[in-house]
Design a binder for this molecule. Sequence first.
Ligand code: SF4
Length: 63
Amino acid sequence: MKVSIIEEACIGCGACVALCDAVFRLNDDAGKAEVIPGVDCNEAGCCKEATDSCPTAAIVIEE
Ligand code: SF4
């Protein structure tokens, strides 16, 4: 399962990081979240929850 963030849609609220810091991190320079490279969304177990909690639907999970 692959996860990505639509950069233009992200407002940098940090909700995904708070819920799932194994997969997401904030890029302070950009003020937006990013997916940590090489992380498996399935193994982390919190990807879906974080995706559902994003206020701007900026996180996309590709099955
Ligand atoms: S929850 Fe959504 S809007 Fe907030 S930082 Fe994460 S991707 Fe960006």
